[in-house]
Design a protein around this ligand. Structure first.
Ligand SMILES: [Zn+2]
Length: 92
């Protein structure tokens, strides 16, 4: 069971993300390159955001969001605005 909601937030810019990548294969997506996590965006991700919610995640529980160049700042802002520790990694 995957719960991907933020406490008290109905304004997530993200489409549903499963914890285990690959459990919901998208036939239109390339099999290798991750697709940006921003809602409606089909760009190939060039960044991976590693983050966690300290209120619900332990220090060993890191979530990963893929992001394209355009949305990496948006997604990072979304996380940092909520005080979530967040790191970015270049992918591809
Ligand atoms: Zn994007």
């Amino acid at each position: 069971m995957n719960l991907c909601t933020f406490n008290g937030s109905q304004a997530s810019p993200l489409r549903h993300l499963a914890d285990n990548r690959g459990v919901t294969p998208d036939p239109e997506a390339p099999s290798e390159a991750p697709v940006c996590s921003s809602r409606g965006c089909r760009n190939t991700a060039t960044w991976m955001l590693l983050w966690r919610n300290p209120r619900i995640h332990g220090t060993d529980r890191v979530k990963r969001w893929a992001a394209c160049d355009e949305h990496e700042p948006t997604l990072r802002e979304f996380l940092t605005a909520r005080g979530f520790p967040c790191q970015t990694e270049r992918v591809g």
